[in-house]
Design a binder for this molecule. Sequence first.
Ligand code: ANZ
Ligand code: ZN
Length: 821
Amino acid sequence: MTEHNYNPQALEENAQQHWLEQNSFAVEQDDTREKFYCLAMFPYPSGQLHMGHVRNYTIADVIARYQRMQGKNVLQPMGWDAFGLPAENAAIKHNVPPAQWTAQNIDDMRAQLKRLGFAYDWDRELTTCDPDYYRWEQWFFTRLFEKGLAYKKKAEVNWCETDQTVLANEQVVNGCCWRCDNPVERREIDQWFIRITDYAEQLLTDLDQLDQWPEQVRTMQRNWIGRSEGVELDFNHNGESLTVYTTRPDTLMGATYMAVAPQHPIARQAAATSTVLASFIESIANVKVAEAQMATMEKLGMDTGLTATHPLTGEPIPIWVANFVLMSYGSGAVMSVPAHDERDHAFACKYQLPIVQVIDKPKYKYDADVWQDWYAEKSTETRTINSGEFNGKDFEEAFDSVADKLQELGKGKRTVNYRLRDWGVSRQRYWGAPIPIINCDACGTVPVPESDLPVVLPTNVAFEGVGSPIKSMPEFYETECPACGGAATRETDTFDTFMESSWYYARYGCAQNDKAMLDAEADYWTPVDQYVGGIEHAILHLLYSRFYHKLLRDEGLVSSDEPFTRLLTQGMVLKDGAKMSKSKGNTVDPQSLIDRYGADTVRLFSMFAAPPEQSLEWSDSGVEGANRFLKRLWKLGAAHIGAGAAPALDVAKLGDQQKAVRRKLHETIAKVSDDYGRRQTFNTAIAAVMELCNELGRLGSEDNDRAIMDEALRGIVLMLSPIVPHICHALWRALGESGDILDQQWPVVDENALSRDSVEMVVQVKGKVRGKVSVPADADHAAIEEAALAEGNVSRFVEELGDYAVKVVPGKLISIFPRKK
Ligand code: ANZ
Ligand code: ZN
């Protein structure tokens, strides 16, 4: 070892070879130690690692290694989210089967991850397109089917014409496909659904348990679930009830018209007798936009000529068909209160329908301009008007009394509604797990029996167009009905790939088990103690996984309620202020950086450049800076080690300078420990270590100097080892240690080193700084005062004061001022 031979390529290969030989990261259940399960969201095997991956996986690796040094039994696995559209697109483009393309990409990316030195238990590696994995998903789906939690229905869906597939609501972004960005249409198709709505309440209330999740993510989920409390009430139409859902029963006396969705039975009924109405309904029902877009569309409607009877006044109210009413929410019909709902108001103005104000805010005058500011308020300041027996009430009083009245009359009941819809899991694409269902003319939908699972997706396929090849493969879909033995056909749709990613974290706990989906070991490892991933998954993946975990729990497969105890959402990697991405052509290839500087430099830069939750701005000079620091560290180590074994520390003989350096060392340990564990700000931890390294320049070559240098180097190497494990592995060995640094105890603070024998205090006279004095740390008031007055400059100003008083702020300030007469 010499000061100038920091050779990351050789040294990193050496460390990785050692870990491989020792199988250093393979773990098993161990009930004598606390377990810690650290996981980063697994990648889609696109073929190449990008800087976002590097950042994501480095953050998780640092946490995993740190926790291991806390003495915990740490699991950190890795796998592949291997189904999905890009493989099909590549197949069409390059004429290779998706399975082959995917396998090749996985091999390439695995090699890149290994080169970065991540502490993965590769024995648990899993690939979601492997039948050994998806067979359990198919099995679980048949369990859900038997419990009535999976069902098929014709449903209007979001359809992407470009990708030829159905999209979940979560996959529609601003009315466009989340993948290809083309506008989404509405279509009616037979679909499989999973009843996530049965779990809406739990998914909402259990968010309260997740106090180690970013508040932002919890809020997004809360809004997505969209719980509202209201009343379901019946208007009467020709002796039949026309049910509406409202969150504002307090405005019931202001309902001046009804609006129904174009698919509502009343709309259909009216259409039968009017061709004008029929063609209008047809035109608005077939609008090809996603649900979210409807809110911003122009409001269109038409009078059906029918009326409904108001449940309290008995007055007839006109029924309109309107494009803003959704058939899939509430009852598909609304009572419109144009004075207090913006949408109803716009509609009433457009079609000249009556507007009756029923809420007033006595302090404000009704005025069309300011009215907009409070007309929809749910407040204790408002009072009901024009509402007969309900007049003079604030929001809650009016809500309750109208709700009670309706309940009494048998015309309404309080209900809770959720915006959340059941999860549509069918996809018309090829590269996914086949839905394990057989359609039989005699028996209907029949789940594939467990003994016939998995239903293997044929991988030797030719792509001719965008359509799924298995839809034209009789050898795949022609089969026998498991119930009656008759001829039947398989489902040719495949699962949404979010199905695979919703439970993979649990499967890592028993990845090799070929007898069961999950087992006791999987239950031991779950929940994940630390999950790391992008904020873009705040709803989709994180909501589905939470749901799935509860399904697994209710099947008796895990015993916890939630899958991820602590969540860290890392920020994006930017270059010149824009997100690094292939489409923008501003990517930096991690591989070329590794080739040039080594993995430790890449890891150090990505942890040093920003706190993990914030975006990281790419900087070439930052990378060089990281590399320079590692060279310096190497040099520091080499110089010290080259000078021979260090003498033992003699605490009794420490000089002031030496004490100061040692204090800095232990202050740094305290700070860095907090940065790693509680704050998770690794950038400030690194900065503190760098500062400490500078401080070491104050040491000379006396015995105690060398002893402190030895102590400090060991501390630094230990503290940096989660971030730059290779160089630390080498330095640890060079310091004469035989054990693995991986398994060392995290350094502990020596409280004695922190104590200061003397403290420096500022002296003020009449509020102005007049000097500084150094006093013993345990000096009493009299001694401090004496020391302050002994200062020449201070005594000069004190003389001018005459009678004076002294105030002491311990450890900081001595303030001298004239005594009031
Ligand atoms: C009368 C009313 C008066 C309403 C008022 C609001 C304000 P959330 O909170 O999202 O649950 N609504 C009910 N079903 C609907 C459907 N199928 N399509 C479109 N809108 C529907 O929204 C509940 C409110 O949305 C309900 O309360 C209803 O309008 C409307 F000053 O009823 B409200
Ligand atoms: Zn049958």
